[in-house]
Design a protein around this ligand. Structure first.
Ligand SMILES: NC(=O)c1ccc[n+]([C@@H]2O[C@H](COP(=O)([O-])OP(=O)(O)OC[C@H]3O[C@@H](n4cnc5c(N)ncnc54)[C@H](O)[C@@H]3O)[C@@H](O)[C@H]2O)c1
Length: 337
């Protein structure tokens, strides 16, 4: 059975990726430090199955990470562990240096050692469209200028550069993926879509930063995970792949759409409003990815349109309201940054 290590597998995308890998009969070793954004919701069931193993480890503990690699000899390492909330990176940039730059450096060093005993592995370094910064018009391709705005985006860009340097200098077998905004089950409610749903379920108004005209490219998380699996199978050493859905909408449009869908589905108990709150400092106006390389070379296609993805997402949070109890209320409601 092919073994795969997933870092950050108790987080939003990592947990969805693990579900997919287990469906495809991989043996998964999940490494997570159990930070505030992690959750075991719906995940304890996996501890009973023989092809899943969870290890609580911080990636900055290089010897433990190396021991896991040398013991299990994984064919694939999907690196998703990171600090991920832009607002938190404005409030406390240091965590982002530690968890995104230093942790990636430690993982790369562990893989460098591991590659001496096993050449048959591939690292998939999962990153973000935010590294390209604000795009007033056009799309960012894999060769575009790296121009991060927030400490989060800068730390992710740094981690990408580290991976590129380890491929070139130490011949590590790695690829980098830059994905657009994801949504779906099991995302921490500090992020836009689950926060809106949390407020809808609790009859609270929906806060939107600034004018709400900021544009993001939204992708259903399972489509992202499918792309990652395809890139693991077909991606070429040292290559960078953008992963975008092509669906760009403003935050205001998105909020109205979610509100309307929850009205239609009768999830809304009492009428609530969208309210404009103080904007995020340095808020990027627009991201947009050119994902042609992924479509042509990897033959990946986005399957879930925004309406269907949002319906699935609303349904999931509605049926799984206990998920919100996994997190401190203050972490959901406090304005950060
Ligand atoms: N969510 C998005 O829309 C999006 C879009 C593009 C790229 N990404 C990237 O995808 C990855 C996963 O994002 P997410 O939204 O699932 O994040 P998340 O915040 O939901 O989960 C991150 C997980 O990483 C773990 N972690 C953090 N630091 C760690 C460390 N030092 N050692 C071990 N574990 C650690 C946390 O405990 C958490 O479980 C990140 O690298 C992020 O930059 C996310």
């Amino acid at each position: 059975m092919n073994k795969i290590v997933v870092t950050g597998g108790l987080g939003f995308i990592g947990s969805n990726l693990i579900e997919l890998l287990l469906e495809k009969n991989f043996y998964v070793i999940n490494i997570d430090s159990c930070g505030y954004a992690s959750s075991s919701y719906n995940f304890n069931q996996y501890n009973k199955i023989k092809n899943y193993k969870f290890v609580k480890v911080d990636l900055n503990n290089k010897s433990k990470v190396l021991k896991i690699l040398n013991t299990h000899k994984p064919k694939g390492i999907f690196h998703l562990a990171a600090s991920t909330h832009v607002d938190r990176s404005i409030e406390n940039p240091k965590d982002f240096i530690t968890n995104n730059i230093l942790a990636t450096y430690n993982l790369l060093e562990s893989i460098r050692e591991y590659s001496k005993i096993n050449k048959k592995y591939k690292l998939i370094h999962v990153s973000t469209d935010e590294i390209y910064g604000d795009l007033v018009k056009g799309k960012a391709s894999e060769n575009s200028y790296i121009n991060p705005s927030s400490p989060y985006a800068a730390s992710k860009a740094s981690s990408n550069h580290l991976v590129t340097s380890y491929v070139r200098t130490f011949k590590l077998n790695a690829v980098i993926t830059n994905s657009s905004n994801n949504y779906g089950p099991r995302q921490h409610p500090e992020k836009l879509i689950p926060k809106l749903i949390y407020n809808i379920l609790n009859s609270k108004n929906l806060p939107i930063y600034g004018s709400g005209n900021n544009i993001r490219e939204w992708m259903y998380v399972k489509d992202h995970c499918n792309a990652l699996l395809k890139i693991f199978k077909k991606g070429k050493k040292g290559q960078i792949y953008n992963i975008g859905s092509g669906k760009l909408v403003s935050n205001l449009y998105l909020s109205k759409k979610i509100l309307n869908l929850s009205r239609k589905k009768k999830i809304l108990k009492k009428d609530i409003k969208i309210i404009h709150v103080k904007d995020r400092v340095g808020h990027d106006f627009r991201y947009s990815l050119n994902s042609l390389k992924l479509k042509k070379k990897i033959k990946w296609k986005n399957k879930t349109n925004l309406t269907n993805g949002l319906i699935k997402t609303l349904d999931w949070y509605f049926k799984n309201q206990n998920f919100f109890k996994e997190f401190k209320k203050n972490d959901i409601t406090r304005r950060i940054g």
